[in-house]
Write a protein that binds this ligand. Structure first.
Ligand SMILES: NC(=O)C1=CN([C@@H]2O[C@H](COP(=O)(O)OP(=O)(O)OC[C@H]3O[C@@H](n4cnc5c(N)ncnc54)[C@H](O)[C@@H]3O)[C@@H](O)[C@H]2O)C=CC1
Ligand SMILES: O=C(O)[C@H]1O[C@H](OP(=O)(O)OP(=O)(O)OC[C@H]2O[C@@H](n3ccc(=O)[nH]c3=O)[C@H](O)[C@@H]2O)[C@H](O)[C@@H](O)[C@@H]1O
Length: 437
């Protein structure tokens, strides 16, 4: 099947490569000429494990190409919209400029029977509005909302072997003609057992908002427990292990620490609250305000703890921050809690050096005022304190005995609770975790 993918950022580039892997003929389209140049050379414009190899593999088959010309969508049977939906500046709501531009721009290139598939995360009501636009221009084309649940760092596997597909179609019916078309697109994962749920447009949009809200709530719940554990002298890691053994709760997404960031969870819960407000249902989501507040409080708490660790003053203290990405196995620094903390420390007078295996270039673009070192061994030299803020494996594996010889003072704040506290203390370090003694 010929497929076009409009928007080739984190989501779209992975989706295009994976659709080609599934045997389709794919054209990826993006307005950013630099991204198109990189992708055309089979290089991902960002770090995602396995993506470069996959791009090379599928481009050799001739099934995948990239262009900045939207007209290349003509002739495709299915058109995936994967453009960004960032938070509006100074407001909680989602900025739909890019989705609207992509959908409107596509209209002249559609043929009867084409299926336009929204994958971007949008406020409920967007699909019905776009379906209206589509009907006016090309009444025989269809609009499906097919939210995406991939995680950065696992994006290729999550796309090829997802937990489920959700198809939101106009009438919510399994007999809608677009259902069979999407079943063909996803034939291989469906044959491997991935379930799919057919529903209407608003429910499909809400499934995505609800899933990310639930994940964010789970993280803020455990971070709230970390606050209480700290006050009571208890250990939030053991608490999470114990409650996570209950199948109804589960251990995943119960890692307390510096909180969630990235290009999705923070903006998505805010956009959901804003949309619920417009719908007159804001009371239903007031808890998300607290989820957001607990999350942001983690960042302030880490700055306070760093000050404590540095004998009550940050002024002139050399602090090394291990990790800049919002999570390991990604170079994404959008709303990265690690960088937000690093910037706060610097504002309060510390001399901050940041290191990260993949995200330094992105970090330096966003926070040019911070100092950067490419390797951890150099970054830690003569530090007055280390802060582990993104739990890359290489930081988990650091040898506290060897490291103690490089720093000025052996003091570490483990923002992700991943280090072996006993081992670090035995090696002479002052160790502080979050919500653990
Ligand atoms: N990053 C992720 O892991 C996931 C993202 N999502 C959702 O997917 C959407 C995209 O997210 P990302 O890929 O992270 O954003 P991104 O910012 O990395 O990529 C968006 C891309 O769209 C392009 N674009 C903007 N307007 C365009 C237009 N009119 N025509 C063609 N291309 C255009 C931009 O140049 C950019 O390359 C968002 O709604 C996000 O919430 C959903 C699941 C996972
Ligand atoms: O809508 C999206 O774009 C995606 O958002 C998240 O994926 P992602 O942002 O890639 O990353 P997560 O693995 O969810 O992590 C988000 C943040 O939560 C933090 N986190 C995660 C888990 C945890 O236990 N504790 C915790 O602090 C991570 O460090 C990170 O900063 C969802 O997990 C995906 O299902 C969804 O598709």
């Amino acid at each position: 099947m010929r497929i076009s993918v409009i928007g080739c950022g984190y989501l779209g580039a992975v989706h295009a490569a994976c659709m080609a892997k599934l045997g389709h003929e794919v054209v990826g389209i993006d307005v950013d000429a630099r991204k198109i140049e990189e992708l055309s050379a089979a290089r991902a414009p960002f770090y995602e494990p396995g993506l470069d190899d996959l791009l090379r593999e599928v481009q050799e088959t001739g099934r995948l190409s990239f262009t900045s010309e939207l007209s290349a969508a003509a002739g495709s049977a299915v058109h995936f919209i994967c453009v960004g939906t960032p938070q509006k500046k100074g407001e909680n709501g989602a900025d739909l400029t890019y989705v609207d531009a992509a959908a409107t721009g596509l209209l002249p290139y559609l043929s009867p029977g084409d299926v336009v598939v929204g994958k971007s995360t949008v406020p409920v009501g967007t699909a019905s509005r776009l379906a209206g636009l589509l009907r006016a221009e090309q009444p025989d084309a269809h609009l499906v909302w097919n939210p995406e649940f991939l995680r950065e760092g696992h994006a290729v596997a999550d796309t090829l072997h997802p937990d489920r597909f959700v198809y939101g179609v106009f009438d919510g019916s399994e007999d809608h003609p677009a259902v069979a078309v999407l079943d063909d697109v996803y034939a291989a994962p469906r044959a491997a057992g991935t379930p799919r749920l057919v529903t209407d447009h608003p429910t499909a949009e809400l499934v995505k908002a609800a899933a990310n809200s639930f994940l964010a709530t789970k993280i803020s719940f455990i971070n709230a427990m970390a606050e209480v554990c700290e006050a009571a002298g208890a250990d939030v890691t053991q608490l999470a292990d114990a409650i996570g053994m209950d199948d109804r709760i589960g251990r995943k997404f119960l890692n307390a620490g510096i909180g969630f960031g990235g290009g999705c969870l923070p903006k998505d819960i805010r956009a959901f609250m804003a949309r619920a407000g417009e719908l007159g249902a804001d009371q239903a989501l007031t808890f998300l305000r607290e989820v957001d507040a607990i999350n942001m409080r983690r960042r302030t708490r880490v700055v306070e703890l760093a000050r404590d660790l540095c004998d009550g003053s940050l002024l002139g203290k050399r602090i090394t921050v291990l990790g800049a990405a919002f999570k390991p196995e990604s170079d994404d620094v959008r709303d990265s809690p690690a960088l937000s903390i690093a910037a706060q420390l610097q504002l309060q007078g510390a001399v901050v050096t940041v290191t990260d295996p993949k995200a330094l270039a992105n970090a330096a673009r966003r926070f040019p005022e911070l100092h950067y070192e490419t390797d951890a061994a150099t970054a830690v030299q003569n530090a007055d304190a280390l802060l582990l803020l993104t739990e890359w494996q290489e930081y988990r594996d650091l040898d506290p005995y060897a490291l103690a010889r490089s720093v000025a003072l052996p003091r570490v704040l483990d923002g992700r609770n991943v280090l072996d506290a006993d081992k670090w203390r035995a090696a002479g370090w002052t160790y502080r975790g979050l919500g653990r003694p």
